[in-house]
Ligand binder design. Structure first.
Ligand SMILES: Cc1cc2nc3c(=O)[nH]c(=O)nc-3n(C[C@H](O)[C@H](O)[C@H](O)COP(=O)(O)OP(=O)(O)OC[C@H]3O[C@@H](n4cnc5c(N)ncnc54)[C@H](O)[C@@H]3O)c2cc1C
Length: 476
């Protein structure tokens, strides 16, 4: 191997083809789950490769166990499909918490206050919101079951490293694992790595800039603390709010973390969650990832040390889990066939090729004026590769759209559309960019994905009460 000190020149080598299939999905987070299940259910021989030993991505390993924004401000459910199926399966195992259906969209002040106290995800825009808090461990089991039932071949502990390119065509992916370097050949490749890990080698145009004040500019090390005396803690907090806030401030000064969320899950009263926001130079720079990972663990340690001594109810608490997967909010964003921008947020109109509708509940008055965001099929397609989908938070969007619409249910919806379209294109014998959009929309609707009548212009004017006026920032 030749080296000039700065670079090494690797030798050409033969790489073993492990498997050939119709669709290979790289990454088993929300995007990858939607893509793999939908592709397989629609008849494609589907392989999913995931770098860790479980599925769910941030939704399980990142300890981001909140599925929000499922209904719009009127209470109408806009995201369903595979997301709803996941929630239903969790509900069947008593492993989810959410506001009652009959309350979604309610403006009743007492009800809103009740739900807000349980979780601020349950009350947005001064009304009750449909969001679900889920059990990460039960989710892992359920997601495995969904893959098995759909007939997806799952390969864990496999890191997708390089798309196999032949001109504008992607012939599969190379991955590394304990078995060495191997390849999977596929007719359609779906990048669901969250970070667009395959972009650089496929020359897919992308953006990475994020202003420092954006939510998505931050990495996170989330952690759970268990053994909390919930009643003692809430009694103290609710009766001594000023003192409680002072203790939280002191926790920060001590080098720990002030502020946490209580678990609403059945039998998990003694658990609280800590989410965090760590500024960074880049969310794909391995040295930055290492720095933040180490910092996050140090802060988790300081937090538990401080809380045990100073926060009533935490005397017997212990640090039960720091996230197995560093919290990454955004990195590469494709500039694809259609690039969703702030203007689309304001337009509030469906596209002819709409494949998903996302309620917008995080932008205060702007959300009241433009309550839904429509997603075109083209936002999943790169300009320069003809059989490649991006079905994850790296979808084609500017930083404003990305800041609000890269959440778990959104990514599952991208995946469900990409997986369904892959199978339909293959069975029709057409390239994915030529898939029959009307037939795709019909199939998605059949799968329970709420879609608008794209032939009609949305004529919407908000006529409800004004917001109470508290500032709205996305809590994720
Ligand atoms: C701290 C924090 C709080 C958040 N809060 C919320 C919230 O409350 N609600 C919400 O809905 N969303 C929230 N989000 C956002 C949400 O979690 C993500 O945007 C969403 O999970 C993105 O899904 P994804 O499939 O694109 O990526 P990910 O969830 O990152 O999944 C990507 C998957 O691909 C795998 N992978 C990555 N690279 C490779 C590779 N090269 N080869 C093989 N496998 C690979 C990963 O291991 C992972 O399983 C939050 C995010 C963070 C970090």
């Amino acid at each position: 191997m030749a080296t000039n000190g700065n670079y090494i020149r690797e030798k050409a080598r033969d790489t073993k083809v492990m498997r050939q299939c119709d669709v290979v999905v790289v990454g088993g987070g929300p995007g990858g789950i939607g893509a793999a299940v939908a592709a397989a259910r629609n008849g494609a021989d589907t392989v999913l490769i995931e770098r860790y030993g479980y599925l769910g991505g941030m939704g399980t390993g990142g300890l981001v166990t909140i599925i929000p924004q499922l209904a719009d401000l009127t209470g109408k459910q806009q995201i369903a499909g595979i997301t709803q199926e996941w929630i239903d399966r969790l509900a069947a195992r008593n492993a989810v918490d959410m506001p009652k259906k009959e309350h979604w969209g309610s403006l009743d002040k007492e009800l809103v206050q009740y739900y807000f106290k349980r979780s601020f995800f349950y009350a947005r825009l001064d009304r009750v919101s449909y969001a679900a808090l889920i059990d990460a461990e039960i989710s892992k089991i359920i997601l495995n079951e969904m893959m098995e039932e759909a007939g997806v071949k799952v390969i864990l502990h496999a890191w997708g490293t390089e798309p196999i390119m032949e001109g504008k065509h992607c012939k599969g992916v190379i991955f590394e694992s304990k078995s060495g370097r191997q390849a999977i050949l596929a007719k359609v490749v779906i990048d669901s790595t969250g970070d667009g890990d395959l972009f650089p080698y496929a020359d897919i145009e992308c953006e990475t800039d994020i202003p420092a004040h954006y939510r998505i500019a931050n990495l996170a090390v989330c952690f759970w603390v268990a053994g909390v005396d919930h009643k003692k803690m809430t009694d103290f907090r609710d009766n001594n709010m000023k003192e409680f806030m002072d203790i939280m401030r002191k926790a920060n000064e001590y080098g720990g973390q002030g502020g946490f969320m209580t678990s609403n899950l059945p039998d998990q009263e003694s658990v609280v969650w800590f989410h965090s926001r760590y500024p960074n130079k880049s969310q794909t720079d391995v040295e930055e990832l290492t720095r933040v990972e180490l910092l996050g663990h140090k802060i988790a340690g300081k937090t538990i040390e401080f809380y045990k001594k100073n926060v009533p109810g935490f005397e017997k608490a212990f640090l039960v889990l720091t996230d197995p997967q560093l919290g990454t909010r955004s990195s590469r964003r494709m500039v694809g066939e259609y690039w969703l921008t702030e203007k689309d947020l304001a337009d509030n109109q469906p596209f002819e090729d709409t494949i998903a509708v996302f309620p917008d509940l995080d932008r205060g008055d702007d959300s009241l004026a433009h309550p839904n965001m429509y997603i075109p099929y083209r936002a999943l397609l790169p300009k320069n590769v003809d059989n490649f989908f991006v079905a994850c938070r790296a979808f084609s969007s500017d930083k404003h759209v990305q800041d609000y619409f890269n959440l778990i249910p959104h990514c599952i919806a991208f995946g469900e559309a990409a997986g369904t379209a892959s199978a339909m294109a293959l069975s029709a014998g057409v390239p994915i960019k030529k898939v029959d959009i009307k037939a795709l929309q019909k199939q998605l609707a059949k799968q329970g994905v709420p879609l608008p009548d794209v032939t009609k212009k949305v004529d919407y004017k908000y006529e409800g009460p004004a917001l109470v006026g508290r500032p709205f920032t996305p809590p994720h």
